[in-house]
Unconditional design. Structure first.
Length: 314
């Protein structure tokens, strides 16, 4: 065995997680201890590059060499990703644990222990959503359907348990407030409909093609700005007076801006969103909100308030 073959053989052993003794390797390859030390030095030098996220380390207690994985992610990045995932509650506990374990594998042993310790209590008390559906594969599948513009026929369970048959072209997949949603274009109604990912029961791809008229097309970025509530509705540009935390309102409504500041510390905000969903949010702000325009939207909000009052007067 020549020197290059020997070095490669030692490296493969290290890469597979084995530990290397200089003395044992000297006997195994029938060469001197100094030669094995040179081989290890060559491996160490070759690993000393930003592209290879590992280094040759030695255990000071026994002198054995091993490969130590360096951080692929920074521990700060891994911790933030883990906390966001846990707070989302969107995946089953098995899926969350699987993802977090994969993230931890990208860290060095020391960083992995620290991040795992920081997430331990939240993972132990993790409380997933009621649906308990595994979503990782579905997220992947729908991403492919969108990329390949695949028309689907599917059965879907509505929020009160009714099962319906539908057809549509998936155009967007997004996450909002605990749930993943799919937006599909319905050719019959020439409109975009919003579906919760965990409620798809049976999905069949078809060879059918659906062409969306240019006037009906919406860019994915625009859909994400305007549809970010469990309920969608029709697009509306509206104004409202707001006495709450301004930054929170602007963050909630990406297509929004302050158009007026009032003496009573309130502001007037203009926004564009889908009406049914945004009404739910506006009403959640209580007396901090007064919708100002357009009149048709004001009437919708008033009607909803009246219906709320009836709940308590009956």
């Amino acid at each position: 065995m020549n020197s290059n073959q020997r070095i490669m053989d030692i490296f493969i052993s290290l890469y597979q997680g084995e530990i290397i003794s200089v003395t044992e390797s000297s006997n195994k390859y029938n060469t001197s201890i100094r030669t094995i030390q040179r081989d290890l030095a060559t491996i160490s030098t070759s690993l000393d590059t930003d592209e290879l996220k590992m280094r040759l380390a030695v255990n000071p207690s026994n002198g054995y060499y091993f490969l130590e994985k360096l951080d692929q992610l920074s521990p700060q990045e891994a911790l933030v990703i883990g906390k966001i995932l846990l707070e989302s509650r969107s995946l089953t506990k098995n899926e969350i644990e699987k993802i977090i374990n994969h993230i931890l594998e990208e860290l060095s042993e020391e960083s992995s222990k620290k991040v795992k310790q920081s997430l331990a209590n939240e993972l132990l008390s993790y409380y997933p959503l009621k649906h308990q559906e595994n979503l990782l594969q579905l997220v992947w599948d729908f991403s492919s359907y969108i990329t390949e513009q695949t028309v689907l026929t599917f059965t879907y369970q509505k929020n009160r348990g009714e099962v319906v048959q539908r057809k549509g072209l998936p155009v967007s997949l997004f996450f909002s407030e605990y749930y993943f949603y799919v937006i599909l274009y319905n050719p019959t109604y020439k409109s975009y409909l919003n579906y919760r990912l965990d409620r798809f029961l049976d999905i069949q791809s078809t060879s059918e093609k659906i062409k969306i008229d240019h006037k009906d097309r919406l860019e994915d970025s625009q859909l994400r700005k305007k549809i970010h509530f469990m309920y969608a509705g029709k697009e509306v540009t509206f104004t409202f007076q707001f006495w709450g935390i301004i930054e929170a309102a602007l963050d909630k409504l990406p297509d929004s801006k302050v158009i007026k500041e009032n003496d009573d510390n309130s502001v007037v905000i203009e926004a564009t969103a889908y009406d049914t969903g945004v009404i739910m949010w506006l009403l959640s702000q209580g007396s901090n909100v007064q919708v100002l325009s357009p009149p048709s939207f004001v009437e919708k909000v008033k009607k909803e308030v009246e219906n709320m009052q009836k709940r308590y007067s009956d």
